[in-house]
Write a protein that binds this ligand. Structure first.
Ligand SMILES: Cc1cc2nc3c(=O)[nH]c(=O)nc-3n(C[C@H](O)[C@H](O)[C@H](O)COP(=O)(O)O)c2cc1C
Length: 366
């Protein structure tokens, strides 16, 4: 199946699912379980979304705690909570994205048929049927919201760009240098130009440009130092968490300052690697995803040979790769672009190394 057609399908189907999710999130607890059955309708829609996304629907079972009550024309054993339904919807969203992303020509031409044989559709048609069903209930729930609280979420035009199909890789580049006159900035530009030739999404956290706060506040320390995961996390940190969750590969780029990264980037680790997220997880905390590929690139004044001789290269690698990236990354490597005190001797080789590393990422993700 043509890739751009897959993208089109996902953008619109994902957009419908997002509208349903927004309506559910918007629903006040007082409206969830009334005779207007907001909560039940939300569950009903997620259940059939899951069912119609099952290529072989015979023997379909929903994930726990849900049952097959919907097929038996009866209400569920109990009212499912908003959190349960939202978790189910997230599961269905991923299922939908995967189904579209991995749809081969064979699947695309095959049929979807229910057990009793009363419904028989081509696989793409059942996807459209399903999308109409989701949109129907999203509209119904929005109407209930308008009638009860005189407010409802906005229209969603398409699924978020960063959540497109799996074949499009998302790269997060965490960049830390204050000056555009620097050599590190030239490296950034070269890296960006190489990445732009790939069909990848690139998100850049330019820490100086964003004026990223690198100092941990007293309130934040209260949360971190005493592992009080119930305390709130700052919005700028949550934004970085969002970027991390979308990334398939994270690249860190910075100059070596006093044998380490600039304080700005160190502060990014201090704050963004919050307790309950990057370490010290518990049942209620949202755990950081495992990033498939991590790459650390730093420029250094001293030549690589000298940095190795004095054991500084090894020490920087240990801190960055073993501690800061650690088990949070499946694969990781570090590229020290040393010898910048005599740029003319090393620049060409550095740029070649950048190209090689982009090729490596490409090979890794196939
Ligand atoms: C504050 C400061 C500390 C530095 N410390 C080191 C160091 O410990 N080891 C090293 O090899 N180079 C060190 N350098 C050199 C930088 O790594 C070098 O300037 C950088 O690789 C490329 O410079 P640019 O991107 O700022 O133009 C330091 C530079 C500055 C400004």
């Amino acid at each position: 199946m043509d890739h751009s057609l897959k993208e089109i399908l996902w953008r619109q189907f994902g957009g419908s699912i997002d509208m349903l999710k927004n309506a559910i999130e918007f629903c006040p607890e007082s409206l969830w379980d009334t005779e207007q059955q907001f909560g039940y309708n939300a569950f009903h829609c997620a259940f059939f979304l899951d069912y119609y996304l099952t290529l072989d629907p015979r023997g379909f079972t929903p994930p726990a705690p849900f049952s097959l009550s919907e097929f038996e024309d009866r209400m569920p054993e109990r009212v499912y909570t908003k959190k349960e339904v939202l978790t189910y919807l997230e599961f269905c969203r991923e299922k939908c994205r995967n189904l579209i992303a991995t749809m081969t020509d064979e699947i695309y031409r095959s049929n979807w048929e229910n057990e009793s044989g009363t419904m028989r559709y081509n696989v793409v048609e059942i996807l459209l049927y399903n999308m109409r069903h989701v949109q129907h209930h999203a509209a119904q729930l929005n109407l209930l919201l308008r009638q009860n609280i005189d407010n409802a979420p906005k229209w969603v035009r398409e699924a978020k760009k960063q959540t497109l199909l799996i074949s499009i890789m998302n790269i997060l580049l965490v960049y830390s240098h204050p000056s555009k006159k620097s050599y590190t900035f030239q490296v950034l530009e070269h890296l960006k130009s190489k990445i732009s030739k790939q069909n990848w999404n690139l998100e850049i956290s330019d820490l100086y440009d964003m004026n990223f706060q690198s100092d941990m506040s007293k309130e934040e320390y209260e949360r971190e130092g005493f592992a009080k995961t119930e305390l709130p996390i700052s919005n700028d940190v949550l934004d970085e968490h969002d970027k991390i969750e979308k990334a398939d590969c994270i690249i860190f780029l910075y100059p070596v300052w006093w044998s380490d990264c600039p304080a700005k980037l160190k502060g990014w680790f201090d704050r963004v690697y919050s307790v309950g997220y990057a370490y010290g997880q518990n049942d209620t905390s949202q755990k950081m995803k495992i990033i498939p590929f991590g790459l650390v690139i730093c420029t250094a004044g001293h030549p690589n040979e000298f940095l190795s001789e004095i054991n500084m290269a090894q020490s920087m690698e240990t801190i960055m790769l073993e501690d800061r990236l650690g088990k949070r990354f499946e694969n990781k490597e570090m590229l020290i672009l040393g010898g910048t005190l005599e740029l003319e001797k090393v620049m060409e080789y550095h740029m070649k190394q950048i190209e090689e590393v982009v090729q490596k990422i490409k090979d890794y993700f196939g």
